[in-house]
Design a protein around this ligand. Structure first.
Ligand SMILES: [Zn+2]
Length: 353
């Protein structure tokens, strides 16, 4: 029996769904604030910001070079919090465009290089240990990238930490995805630069100083139709720091988030850097004065821009710099409390607001 395909959601519906999850996160924050404690005021403030986030936004439609229509949402106010699904959604698009520009520039300078996609794992931890786990993950990475074996074979990288949550076990899995740049000769049989998966896992285990063997997964990135391998790798590395689906439970009226889980994520990730570049990728950025920093949550973004002035543009359909100056059309959405799930309170078409 054929399972009917899920109907493709419109951008407005996708945004509405993210907004509904943000509302659930705000409710969870308020539940945390109500418990009292030293972070109570902070949680209340963050809930308030999240409720304002993306409450009004504009969706502009552009005609791409191939004639397809691209939609780009732009939030009037983006709260830029890691636990905000709407902000994560918009920031991810921006980071993907940045990473693509950076890698394209790298390959222009070094056309003989190739990429590998690898995931470096560690054992699951309880919520209270998440922050320590991220520190361990960062120290392990630094140690590994300084070894002679690594430096001989891996010429550059982009890496990103992702945290997944298991509701069944109530624990957290922090791991690192990386696009690794290697020489084209890397794959030649018998080349001394080639690192077999087992050896890479051993290098990772030793760098992490782990008593148990750790798993490293290496693969060729799977491209979707119309994507290059690089697009696919970047899509898999530059994504949500944590997957919304695992943190938000669908209810009849919207979503619900567990305050304890959000608290563990907030405390565990606060002030910790989740992205990094190295080797020729970093050198290219420096040589071309490309901006290296990725957009992160407010805890680490320190450019001094007041957050209510920041507009986030997203390219939903993939990487590449897509913005042509004149949109074909634009419409504004406004979300009102109580009408969040599945459709915005009202939609009007008109000139770009
Ligand atoms: Zn937000």
């Amino acid at each position: 029996m054929q399972i009917p395909a899920r109907p493709k959601l419109s951008l407005a519906e996708i945004v509405a769904e993210h907004k509904a999850m943000a509302e659930a996160a705000a409710n969870a924050r308020e539940a945390l604030a109500a418990r009292g404690g030293p972070l109570s005021g902070l949680y209340r403030a963050r809930a308030e910001k999240m409720r304002r986030c993306g409450k009004r936004l504009t969706i502009r439609e552009f005609e791409a070079e191939d004639g397809t229509i691209r939609q780009v949402p732009s939030l009037v106010y983006n709260c830029r919090q890691r636990e905000c699904p709407l902000s994560q959604f918009t920031i991810r698009g921006k980071n993907r465009r940045k990473a693509t520009t950076l890698f394209n520039a790298t390959f222009e300078r070094h056309p003989d290089k190739r990429i590998i996609f690898a995931t470096f794992t560690m054992p699951n931890v309880d919520g209270v240990d998440l922050g320590d786990a991220i520190n361990v993950l960062n120290r392990g990475w630094t140690r590994m990238t300084r070894t002679a074996a690594w430096r001989r074979s891996i010429e550059g990288y982009l890496q990103c930490i992702e945290v997944t949550y298991s509701p069944e076990r109530n624990d957290y899995h922090a791991h690192r995805h990386a696009v690794l740049v290697v020489d084209h000769s890397y794959f030649t049989r018998g080349d001394s630069k080639y690192i077999p998966q087992a050896k890479l896992a051993a290098m990772w285990t030793s760098a992490m100083q782990s008593p148990v063997p750790l798993i490293v997964d290496v693969r060729v990135p799977k491209a979707r139709p119309g994507e290059t391998m690089l697009d696919a790798a970047i899509r898999q590395v530059v994504k949500y720091v944590f997957k919304s689906g695992e943190f938000y439970e669908r209810t009849a009226t919207g979503y619900r988030a567990d305050p304890d889980v959000l608290e563990a994520m907030y405390v565990g990730l606060a002030g910790r850097r989740m992205f990094g570049f190295g080797g020729i990728v970093r050198q290219t950025a420096q040589a071309l004065k490309l901006e290296l920093a990725f957009d992160e949550a407010e805890d680490v973004a320190a450019d001094g821009t007041p957050d209510w002035l920041i507009d986030a543009d997203v390219d939903l359909d993939g990487p590449g710099d897509i913005l042509c100056p004149e949109p074909r059309s634009a419409y504004a959405l406004c979300f009102e409390p109580g009408s969040l799930f599945s459709r915005p309170a009202y939609v009007y078409a008109g000139e770009g607001a």
